[in-house]
Write a protein that binds this ligand. Sequence first.
Ligand SMILES: [Zn+2]
Length: 82
Amino acid sequence: MSPANRYTCLVCGRKFPEGQGVTLEVGSRKYAFHSKTCALKFLKKALENIEINALINTFDKTAKEFEEVLKSKSELKSKKIG
Ligand SMILES: [Zn+2]
């Protein structure tokens, strides 16, 4: 048996086997965290490093995407009721 791929959490340094924890794939890069807490900590810090206007644009765009999902869900609901 070959040993499972092991990742090291970028935030706390803990080692964990592949399939556990949270991995974030961005393009050809892969970032690994042993838990959601560490992933969130990393993301929050990363967001601080993004230029503020770019960040607001991205957040607004993402919020709109969620709004549209919510809207289509409530439309589906009202169709069922009506
Ligand atoms: Zn960690």
